[in-house]
Design a protein around this ligand. Sequence first.
Ligand code: COA
Ligand code: AMP
Length: 631
Amino acid sequence: MSLSYEKLYRQSIDHPEEFWANAAAQLHWYKPWDKVLDSSNPPFYRWFAGGKTNTCYNALDRHVDEGRGNDTAVIYDSPVTGAKERFTYREFRDHVALFAGALQSRGLRKGDRVIIYMPMIPEALIAMLACARIGAVHSVVFGGFASHELAVRIDDCKPKIIISASCGIERDKVIDYKKLLDTGIELAHFKPEICIIRQRPQHKAELNEERDLTWKQALLGSEPAPCVPLESSDPLYILYTSGTTGRPKGVVRDNGGHMVALQWSMQHVYGVKPGETYWAASDVGWVVGHSYIVYGPLLNGNATIIFEGKPVGTPDPGVFWRIIEEYGVSVFFTAPTAFRAIKKEDPKGHYIRKYDLSAFRALFLAGERADPDTVKWAEQHLDVPVIDHWWQTETGWAIAANCQGIEPGPVKYGSASRAVPGYNVKVVNHDNEELDNGQMGDIVIRHPLPPGTMMTLWKADNHFIESYMSAYPGYYQTSDAGYIDEDGYIFIMSRTDDIINVAGHRLSTGAIEAELSAHPDVAESAVIGVADDLKGEVPVGFLVLKSGVDTPPGQIIRHVVEYVRENIGPVAAFKLAVIVNRLPKTRSGKILRRTMRQIANGDDYTVPATIDDPDILEEIKTALQSIGYAQ
Ligand code: COA
Ligand code: AMP
């Protein structure tokens, strides 16, 4: 019999300590907590204060110790190399313990930071869990970010060790990760002591004898390391995400609260039982990868899949269905953009029908709003519930979802469903007054946030307070806007800051603008996200040139596109820029990005009353038309 959503939700909000203590009891603690929730220093709430635990123990050793050592823990499937591998919980625990021993023997200790910059190979998970085992704090950097972004992260978290690979493979391209890493280290002021490089057969990296070791060399003579008991509030990881300033924010996650929330979410949000195969087709560089490729499924005793491929082109739009059949995936999680890519190549779902999807129970989508067309297409062809759920790097797990392990409610297209237990979600106006159902406003979450959500920003407590906790006292500001309907369904409509969402990847337009403005011929720039059929949004840059510049416009545009690719990375998908004489601004000098976006997307717009010179809008429109927008 399913649990009542209303009852469970009320309990989580009215009696959070009792609620989460029950969830925590399923996990292993070296020492029980003194207090379920320490609220003595808001907004720095601490879950399971005084408790001692180890996330790696709970994710791997616990299952072995409880007799599930022969169950499958990790499946590696790489259509880009043809490799396939399966690891049981015992085998994976042994790999992790040995690598953790190698890290310890090189002087890595509790609290030291480690950057992991790797493609989707088993060693990425081994490295993350090895850090967790000995209390080192990992910070995974997505492979699609280039050297400059890597350097910013190196300087912020100051890693003693960096773990990387000789290359990644993007469809048929071999990406030289080691070269990107070397340049990143060169650009950074802080230098790591050691780099450990997994040499891959597709491309061998040159090593710096004084600093670099291969993965194999690192393991020579290593002894397995036991799990180190950690405080519940000791940091497990730092994950950088885009902020409004263009400078990434280092979201810090704890050990205790994180593991409790993730295991609870596997059972209640996703409705997955231990022993089943759960697959999140994302990347360990994103929060989805942290929570639902690595920690969530392993904490819950599931088999998880490391997929080194793309939804299309590796080799065809049937690869997702091949994997679901081959490994008996019961619950699958990906981004709507992946489905749009498949729908484009296989609109009639021919590939879907080639595979036996009988074990498949539910599809979850997140990372961007799931557009109703895509949801309906997936429902029609897959014949399973298609669940849009809303969350952020900061929260680490879903804020709103149609919880499959509780009491699934009806699907409302365009909505991420109701608040997940633990999250007290409200819609407010700028005066922090709660709005009625159906009224659009800023979405906020009342303190305390449930376990698993961010503790702070790395070495930046004040920035944490300013960014998230001060605009609406007593609430966490999500920076998403939307409304809640009369049934409690949450509709996320847009961001309230300059973050855009490109193929499910979160990017700051401010960071791209900084690159454009660095061009010697550019006086001023603006970047907006415009609608894109495949990627949801793509960035478009507007450049105002310095007077007297005689460089051909095409050359300037080519240069800024290269700048963004080289400094931020290919993942920004920045390919479109136009040159204009001026940017539309308010009389106080604020660039009217929203109006520019409306023009680009062909939406209705009203000329803002505060505009300095309305004629500029026509010029913007003409420029956008020249690249196929504003039609
Ligand atoms: N390492 C190096 N480069 C990478 C990379 C990585 N890990 N990931 C992406 N890139 C590169 C790509 O090769 C591409 O380069 P190109 O400009 O030379 O072609 C660029 O970054 C953009 O990549 P991407 O956004 O992945 O676009 P795509 O056209 O290759 O594929 C999709 C489009 C929709 C198939 C793809 O974006 C996708 O699978 N998205 C799912 C997103 C996701 O999982 N999000 C996580 C949140 S759930
Ligand atoms: P990230 O931190 O990369 O996970 O991006 C978080 C942001 O992506 C959110 O603040 C939203 O703007 C957007 N987002 C994620 N999931 C959804 C969803 N289901 N519906 C609408 N927007 C979403």
